[in-house]
Design a protein around this ligand. Structure first.
Ligand SMILES: Nc1ncnc2c1ncn2[C@@H]1O[C@H](COP(=O)(O)OP(=O)(O)OP(=O)(O)O)[C@@H](O)[C@H]1O
Ligand SMILES: [Mg+2]
Length: 267
């Protein structure tokens, strides 16, 4: 479902509790959003939650798997209660297997297999086909970093190519970008400017405890919240606390704040 809030632009709800408040109702339709963060920060869970929410609201989706085996992905999703089998059977959901390279049983089971991940043309062809077949409105790529890890100079052009295909076909996409634990950026200069939005997920150790937080760094086409907000990963997925602020990452304090939409801080 695409909803509209505070303006007439079409938005795609992430369905992640608390997050849509931070972006005034959802991601502007056809935006390509970089989901950037270090290891274990929740990027994969976020992207799967985004897709599954869409399926539950009759919006088809495609997951491009570059990091994990499709079987492992399905198993992990099921632990959150996100059972995609029904949607796969209905032709509303597809996993593009760009992980196994066509080796093993996967090639028989999966319909969309990319044999050489280094071959962008092949990847794009398979992704296009999956989007057309499922009529996908949501796409997640986990992760785009894998596509240019060994050739950083190609990062921007790779992303621009993907962006043209994805938004050209009407999809609203989240692209997972891996950064190292200490890196301040989001995945490289070419990458950061090419995308329409950036949501940064973080995990910080404070007094011997890991604290999760996120910040919407950019979102073309809409106003958005500018605070670092705490979030949790529960057995139902990610829950963001839009009324709490993480004051400082080094010396963390979580404070209450007014609600985002209609709250004082945004007036
Ligand atoms: N059922 C659960 N309940 C609470 N937390 C969980 C649950 N399952 C996973 N997690 C947390 O989520 C983390 C994994 O999140 P995720 O796979 O999304 O990370 P990621 O950002 O994709 O990392 P990477 O870059 O290494 O792929 C685990 O390390 C764990 O802390
Ligand atoms: Mg991951």
């Amino acid at each position: 479902m695409v909803i509209s809030m505070s303006s007439t632009i079409e938005r795609v709800r992430t369905g992640i509790p608390g997050l849509d408040d931070l972006i005034y109702g959802g991601i502007p339709k056809r935006n390509i959003v970089l989901l950037s963060g270090g290891p274990g920060t929740g990027k994969t869970i976020f992207s799967q939650q985004y897709l599954f929410y869409g399926l539950q609201h009759n919006e088809p989706g495609v997951l491009v798997a570059l990091e994990e085996h499709p079987v492992q992905i399905k198993r992990n999703m099921a632990t959150f209660g996100w059972d995609i089998k029904k949607y796969e059977d209905d032709g509303m959901f597809a996993i593009v297997d760009a992980f196994t390279g066509g080796y093993g049983e996967s090639v028989k089971r999966e319909k969309y297999v990319v044999r050489s991940v280094d071959d962008m043309a092949e990847l794009i062809d398979v992704v296009k086909q999956a989007i057309k077949d499922t009529k996908a409105e949501r796409v997640a790529i986990d992760s785009v970093s894998t596509l240019y890890l060994t050739k950083p100079a190609m990062a921007r052009s790779t992303l621009m190519q993907l962006k043209r295909v994805l938004s050209g076909l009407g999809a609203t996409a989240v692209l997972v970008s891996q950064v190292s634990v200490i890196e301040r950026g989001f995945g490289g200069p070419g990458v950061e400017h090419a995308v329409d939005g950036i949501i940064r997920l973080d995990l910080d150790e404070v007094n011997g405890e890991l604290i999760r937080s996120l910040i919407v760094w950019k979102m073309r086409g809409t106003r958005h919240d500018l605070h670092r907000r705490p979030f949790d990963i529960t057995d139902k997925g990610i829950v963001v606390y839009p009324n709490k602020i993480v004051k400082s990452r080094g010396e963390l304090r979580i404070t209450e704040s007014a609600s985002i939409i209609g709250g004082e801080e945004n007036e």
